[in-house]
Write a protein that binds this ligand. Structure first.
Ligand SMILES: NC(=O)c1ccc[n+]([C@@H]2O[C@H](COP(=O)([O-])OP(=O)(O)OC[C@H]3O[C@@H](n4cnc5c(N)ncnc54)[C@H](O)[C@@H]3O)[C@@H](O)[C@H]2O)c1
Length: 274
């Protein structure tokens, strides 16, 4: 049975921990939790009423020797911890996928995982349709665009909003607040636009994937519209995601996707889909 550790006890990490405790993830035992806000890990351990360690430091977390780690924390966490997790010999799932648009980091982690015979899982997260996007890489792709619409509440803490002094609190109408490449989007909205990172890694890369972000005070959904054109024809898909009850910036689907990725990673036999 795999021993699992989770870094980040917020919306996704807590939902995953609870689902795993309920046996929804297959042959795995949750052994340790780490959050830079220790009380969050402690609170979750108390809720789970199981023999799980809430760790005060990342070193303490590594000492519990998980052989599968889920990062559900932040881009900073991916940068600071991934190498040490892989060095220890654990497989890794990354939710804060924006961090992987740093090419040097991505290549380093990829090559370390290969040298150790380990996998790094990046769930589809808040979008579906990546099977189609991956398939089109074998053809010529002319363009990939992502249009993301969220309630201003989900966007207001982003560095881009603070730096540009955009007033989202008093927004009454739909407003386009950002247009740029996926590379620019993940820097401007590090906790919001992981979808653009996953899409660009699956498709034509962070410099050619174009992103628009719209604030809509009348929506309670996280809406992602993706369009691809190429030799294969045109693909268009639209996600209308409910937000996670604990975090309006996060789609509930992102948690479901991480849970399913874990299930697949732990399974043998029939594999359906790309
Ligand atoms: N891949 C996707 O499609 C997708 C979708 C939604 C969210 N996400 C990303 O997944 C991550 C988790 O999302 P969430 O909604 O659970 O966030 P959240 O803010 O609810 O929880 C994150 C938790 O991680 C902790 N944390 C942050 N940095 C840390 C660090 N360096 N070390 C230890 N703990 C740290 C925080 O204290 C917090 O408790 C975020 O980075 C988010 O951007 C990805």
């Amino acid at each position: 049975m795999k021993k699992l550790g989770i870094v980040g006890c917020g919306a996704i990490g807590s939902s995953l921990a609870k689902a795993i405790a309920e046996g929804k993830a297959g042959n795995v035992k949750l052994i340790s939790l780490y959050d830079k806000v220790f009380d969050r890990a402690l609170k979750l351990v108390k809720e789970l009423k199981d023999n799980i360690k809430a760790c005060k430091t990342f070193n303490e977390f590594l000492d519990t020797k998980p052989d599968f780690v889920i990062e559900a924390a932040s881009q900073e966490a991916v940068r600071d911890y991934s190498e040490r997790i892989l060095e220890m010999g654990a497989e890794l799932m990354i939710l804060s996928v924006g961090a992987l648009l740093d090419e040097a980091l991505r290549l380093k982690l990829d090559s370390l995982a290969k040298s150790k015979g380990l996998r790094i899982y990046v769930p589809s997260g808040a979008i579906a349709g990546l099977d189609g996007v991956k398939a089109t890489r074998n053809s010529k792709i002319y363009k990939v665009t992502l249009k993301t619409t969220k309630n201003p509440r989900a966007l207001e803490r982003a560095p881009y909003i603070t730096e540009k002094r955009i007033d989202l609190k008093n927004l009454k109408e739909v407003k386009e607040i950002f247009e740029g490449t996926a590379e620019e989007a993940v820097k401007a909205f590090p906790a919001n636009i992981n979808v653009s990172a996953t899409l660009s890694l699956a498709g034509i890369g962070q410099k050619r994937t174009l992103v628009k972000i719209i604030a809509d005070p009348k929506t309670e959904l996280n809406i992602h519209e993706v369009e691809l054109e190429g030799d294969f024809g045109r693909i268009y898909f639209k996600m209308e995601n409910k937000t996670h009850p604990e975090n309006p910036a996060t789609s509930y689907l992102a948690f479901l996707s991480a849970l399913q990725t874990l299930n697949s990673a732990l399974s043998y036999g029939l594999i359906i889909g790309t």
